[in-house]
Design a protein around this ligand. Structure first.
Ligand code: FE
Length: 344
């Protein structure tokens, strides 16, 4: 839309996450959605690169025949199989759907940062695959071959279809609800649920002092991802305030159903990929864990808890609380210190 030549200043009250009236997406100030700016600054402070993390010990352990069991090798490869494509799906959603339709310049600012972080995550998986000399064709194609991964990815992608259509526009009740639905599926289910049994497995490795370089990569990713989730939740809750007409009883019930469906897909993934359990986490524990985090996500966007299941992995609990505490992974010993070292 062409800009209007005028001395009139932008009215901050007209700024909206979506559908900002006369949305001026160029002026950062005056700022309305402060949470986005805070997220942007936090993202910069947490900057890291995969190549800064030592992988030598992982390479030795992977080559050795006495460190990792067959189940552990399979688990590592399968979580990588999920991760390698999940962040590409995330990047597409953020860059192609969020960036286009979000009318708050400060939110767009963070979306640019988030897009780069998704690229760093995909780089991290590539770096692990390369360091361990895994078969790239096997790992990167798993989302098409392993049914439990395929089902998760396909579920997410099915919600992109309408939003990615070049003719899609926000501004009607139906389309705004569709966009909000995409946001909830993306932030709450993909970023908030679908990564978490894989995160738990990687911290399982770390707790055994195995594949600690790979686990450290994932630890950095998890810190970024919890910021992405936090940002997504803030946007969802702000849209609810700015356009309360979208948040109907019917829409809420639909969202609860979708989140429960997402939790089921993640539970099935964990149970199929780790049928005998791993590092003392059995398939019932994974169910409990996923139900527990699904409840937390529901709660954060003002929907009722569905499971009331206690957390079987208390050592993961600080992560799902999006804790800002320092030394968050107590077992971690590192001298790694750059601008983005792991201070929460
Ligand atoms: Fe993300």
């Amino acid at each position: 839309m062409p800009i209007k030549k005028t001395n009139e200043k932008v009215d901050i009250n007209k700024r909206r996450i979506i559908n900002g009236e006369d949305a001026d997406v160029i002026q950062l100030y005056p700022m309305k959605h402060k949470f986005a700016w805070d997220a942007y600054l936090a993202g910069n402070a947490n900057h890291w690169l995969p190549t800064e993390i030592g992988m030598q010990k992982d390479i030795e352990q992977w080559k050795s025949t006495s460190v990792l069991s067959e189940d552990e090798r399979k688990a590592l490869k399968t979580v990588l199989g999920f991760f390698t494509t999940a962040d590409s799906i995330a990047a597409n959603n953020v860059a192609l759907a969020f960036y286009k339709h979000i009318s708050s310049p400060e939110c767009r600012m963070y979306i640019l940062r988030q897009s780069y972080e998704e690229a760093i995550h995909t780089h991290a998986y590539q770096y692990i695959v390369e360091s361990l000399a895994l078969d790239e064709g096997e790992i990167f194609n798993m989302y098409r071959e392993v049914e439990a991964i395929y089902n998760k990815d396909n579920f997410i992608l099915s919600f992109n279809e309408g939003i990615f259509n070049p003719n899609f526009k926000t501004g009607t009740l139906e389309n705004d609800q569709k966009f909000l639905e995409n946001m909830i599926v993306f932030s709450i289910i993909l970023e908030g649920i679908f990564f978490y049994s894989s995160f738990a497995v990687m911290f399982g490795f770390q707790r055994q002092n195995k594949m600690v370089g790979s686990a450290e990569q994932i630890q950095y990713i998890m810190r970024d991802e919890s910021q992405h989730l936090n940002f997504g939740i803030n946007m969802i809750n702000t849209i609810k305030e700015e356009q309360p007409e979208l948040w109907t009883k019917e829409f809420q019930e639909k969202m609860i159903k979708l989140i429960k469906r997402g939790a089921e897909l993640e539970i099935t993934f964990a149970q199929e990929v780790f049928p005998k359990g791993i590092f003392g986490m059995n398939s019932e524990n994974f169910r409990q864990y996923i139900e527990h985090i699904a409840d937390r996500r529901l709660q954060r966007i003002g929907l009722p808890e569905q499971y009331n299941t206690p957390n079987p992995f208390p050592w993961m609990s600080e992560a799902i609380d999006l804790s800002k505490e320092k030394n968050f992974f107590e077992t971690r010993v590192t001298e790694y210190k750059v601008g983005g070292a792991l201070d929460w």
